[in-house]
Ligand binder design. Structure first.
Ligand SMILES: Nc1ncnc2c1ncn2[C@@H]1O[C@H](COP(=O)(O)OP(=O)(O)OP(=O)(O)O)[C@@H](O)[C@H]1O
Length: 301
């Protein structure tokens, strides 16, 4: 489990991370979303023990991370610019990792290097950006971590490799209880991958939700009426986020339990009732739109 408690980090007069508290449960994937400069990388570096917070604390499985070699044995970080030793090949880096990480799995390393068709003898800094990122994933997954901290990890990977990496990670989450915190500025990218999402804005956590709860809690309704009922009467017992009428059709976004919503709606005898799923993107727009926050840039890219 990752526990961050009122973490702050300032660079000169810029407060990059502001009173940030969050919990990532063991065996879950937490997506940290936010526009450029929101503070994601800074926060992840604090979680990974690269930066010391000015105040507040981060613990992983109850242990501090900063200057704690024991914790770092099982906590691996892939930064937005993966780092390799100068002139090193994948095999050179694997040799280094195998000496540092006690749980290094040589069999897994060989399988992954082969699967992703990496030339393990080629200098890593001569590989493309996407291939360097694949190399970072292969090394990290072969170190058999309990916790992975990933900063925009899928940037530069083609769609096939991207899905394969996600599947490999999700397999470790299911099989070994791997815990992840992942940053992205792309909500769509995180939708099918994360259990929780949090939106970071100017260093603070604006919004944090369990994705399944979010999905089961907000519904889109399309209703057709012979005669559209009075709005006040209709919405009185519903938690309506969005209401729109076009001719005999009514479009609604409603928060609440599905069967309860349907039974209340049916009292008005609609001719047609359609309850449709919402994308995460729609939920965020409706949930945060009213609050006036600029979230478009974390959706559109
Ligand atoms: N080492 C540093 N020294 C000074 N300022 C920094 C440093 N690292 C980050 N910052 C500043 O802190 C703020 C947050 O940066 P950070 O890299 O954490 O954002 P981010 O959400 O990861 O952004 P992006 O999506 O663009 O990667 C930015 O204004 C950035 O300029």
């Amino acid at each position: 489990m990752i526990l961050a408690e009122t973490v702050n980090k300032q660079f000169d007069d810029l407060q990059a991370v502001r009173n940030l508290s969050l919990t990532v449960r063991k065996g879950s994937i937490y997506g940290l979303l936010g526009s450029n400069g929101a503070g994601k990388s800074t926060f992840l570096k604090i979680v990974a023990g690269v930066y010391k917070p000015d105040n507040g604390e981060v613990t992983i499985n109850g242990m501090p991370v900063y200057e704690s070699p024991d914790t770092k044995q099982t906590v691996l970080f892939i930064s937005d610019y993966p780092y390799f030793f100068n002139l090193a090949s994948l095999n050179d880096m694997a040799k280094f990792y195998s000496g540092v990480y006690e749980r290094w799995n040589e069999k897994r390393y060989n399988q992954l290097a082969k699967h992703f068709r990496m030339n393990p003898k080629k200098r890593l800094n001569r590989l493309s950006k996407g291939m360097q990122r694949q190399a970072a994933f292969i090394l990290t997954l072969s170190a058999m971590p309990d916790v992975m901290i990933l900063d925009e990890p899928f940037d530069g990977l083609d769609p096939v490799i991207r899905q394969q990496m996600k599947n490999l990670i999700m397999q470790d989450v299911a099989d070994r209880g791997l815990t992840l915190i992942v940053s992205s500025h792309n909500l769509r990218e995180m939708e099918d991958f994360c259990d929780y999402v949090g939106i970071l804005h100017e260093g603070s956590l604006l919004f944090e939700r369990d994705i399944d709860e979010l999905r089961s809690d907000v519904h889109k309704l399309q209703l057709a009426f012979k005669s559209v009922p009075d709005k006040d009467q209709f919405v009185k017992d519903l938690d309506v986020i969005h209401y729109e009428v076009k001719g005999s059709m009514m479009f609604l976004i409603v928060r609440g339990e599905k069967d309860d919503i349907l039974s209340k709606v049916k009292k008005f005898q609609p001719a047609v009732v359609d309850l449709l799923p919402l994308t995460l993107e729609e939920i965020f727009i409706y949930e945060l739109g009213g609050a006036g926050y600029e979230i478009n840039n974390i959706i559109v890219e």
